[in-house]
Design a protein around this ligand. Structure first.
Ligand SMILES: *Cc1c(COP(=O)(O)O)cnc(C)c1O
Length: 417
């Protein structure tokens, strides 16, 4: 059967988007039909995030994963303060990538002890804020250890640190590789013993390790392999640690299906693998908690981007739906956020969900650049001005990862439903 949105064969179709129900032809978000939601918001475009779906995702992970695995939210995926506050009520910790994110997490009520701070270029002022708040700093260089040591003396505090390791392996099949080979992230595994010694000399409170090998992976076997290799590496490194390993942050890397041919990640093999690793760690690293830090997997599928058709243009037989949103709000859907080959996100006409897909169209934004392409030659129900185009899988790396000032259009709205 050809696929609705691509017209292609099922092997290269989008995975079905079933997370939002349909009622009377309207996509329903958080119980609210899309046309009603658009009226309530008052203007388009907007991102809408469904609280129920985010809660469900965390509950599913809690049910499937072995007990005792800590779940953290990596808030760079979606730093909207209300969403961070909501996620913080569901997970065991929040990982931040700047002092700005740290402030949002702390203001959302996250306990400082449950916040960890990673990033390759932490400024001294950021480290000072983190140490004085009591946040765990994942150190990524000898410079950071020296600075933190001095800050601890200045403030009369014992800073809490973990070591972010650049492993000698990478997460296979990941959309974005974050480890293996030369990387600006973390400290090369070979250099970690020397760094651990300087952490001991500086009198810092050593708490453990973080290894983040890659992002956006849909292959359970690859995630299991990276997690196993991470534990093996930490077992070796722990021999030189100035204290017991309390935290082993295995990173995340769990992907969601964005593109034709992508299939959802299977959690069961990952859960089995983690149970094995946990048993092993209970002997090799007694007392250590295994942590997963997930961004897009927790929030990506719970969000949609909604943009209204302004104009319908036919250019040499090709139909363009020109919408009021675009790459300035949703760079990733336009294919310009780390994609090598541009592929379409799943899209729908959210107020014509019962319509028969019958027309091949391109959905383009209002910017004066051919990069402002939200969907390239997709088959959709006939649509025109006033209709609402929905881009699925938009809860992560949307608004905050987009050049909103480009061309001076209004900033987009974000809301939780
Ligand atoms: C970006 C990032 C994450 C989250 O990645 P996702 O692909 O959104 O899950 C987790 N940990 C660190 C250190 C990161 O930089």
């Amino acid at each position: 059967m050809p696929n609705e949105s691509t017209g292609m064969n099922p092997q290269v179709a989008h995975a079905p988007m079933t997370q939002f129900p349909v009622r009377d032809g309207q996509l329903v978000i958080g119980g609210v039909p899309l046309d009603e939601l658009a009226r309530q918001v008052g203007s388009t475009p907007f991102f809408a995030y469904d609280r129920g779906l985010m809660r469900q995702r965390v509950e599913t992970l809690r049910q499937v994963l072995p007990p005792g695995i800590a779940l953290h939210y990596a808030m760079k995926a979606n730093p909207m303060p209300a969403l961070v506050g909501f996620m913080a009520s569901l997970v065991d910790g929040v990982d931040v990538a700047s002092a700005g994110e740290m402030r949002v997490a702390l203001e959302a009520g996250v306990a400082p002890g449950a916040v960890s701070f990673a990033g390759p270029g932490k400024r001294e002022a950021e480290l000072r804020q983190a140490v004085s708040a009591g946040v765990l700093v994942n150190v990524e260089s000898a410079r950071e250890v020296d600075l933190i040591g001095g800050i601890g003396v200045d403030l009369g505090l014992v800073p809490r640190v973990a070591v972010r390791v650049n492993p000698p392996f990478e997460l296979k099949g990941s959309g974005m590789s974050m480890g293996g080979g030369p990387k600006p992230f973390g400290v090369d595994a070979e250099q970690v013993p020397a760094l651990l010694a300087s952490i001991g000399r500086a009198g810092l409170q050593f708490e453990g390790f973080q290894i983040f090998a890659g992002s956006s992976c849909l292959r359970a076997d690859a995630i299991c392999a990276a997690q196993r290799q991470s534990l093996e590496l930490v077992e070796r490194l722990a021999a030189n640690a100035p204290g017991p390993v309390r935290v082993l942050n295995l990173g995340g890397g769990f992907g969601i299906p964005y593109f034709p041919g992508d299939r959802p990640l299977e959690l069961a093999p990952i859960a089995d693998n983690l149970a094995q690793l946990q048993r092993r760690a209970s002997v090799s690293l007694p007392g250590a908690v295994l942590v997963l830090e997930l961004g897009r997997y927790l929030v990506g599928e719970a969000g949609i981007y909604v943009t209204r058709v302004i104009d319908r243009k036919v250019s040499r037989e090709h139909v363009f739906l020109v919408v009021d949103g675009g790459m300035h709000h949703h760079l990733a859907a336009s294919g310009n956020f780390g994609q090598v080959v541009r592929k379409n996100y799943p899209v729908a006409i959210g107020n014509r969900m019962d319509g028969i897909p019958q027309e091949r169209v391109s959905v383009v934004g209002p910017l004066c650049t051919p990069l402002d392409l939200l969907a390239d030659r997709v088959v959709l129900p006939a649509a025109g001005p006033g209709d609402l185009v929905v881009i699925y899988q938009s809860g992560a790396y949307g608004a905050s990862a987009s050049p909103q000032a480009f061309l001076g259009h209004p900033a987009c709205l974000e809301l939780m439903v």
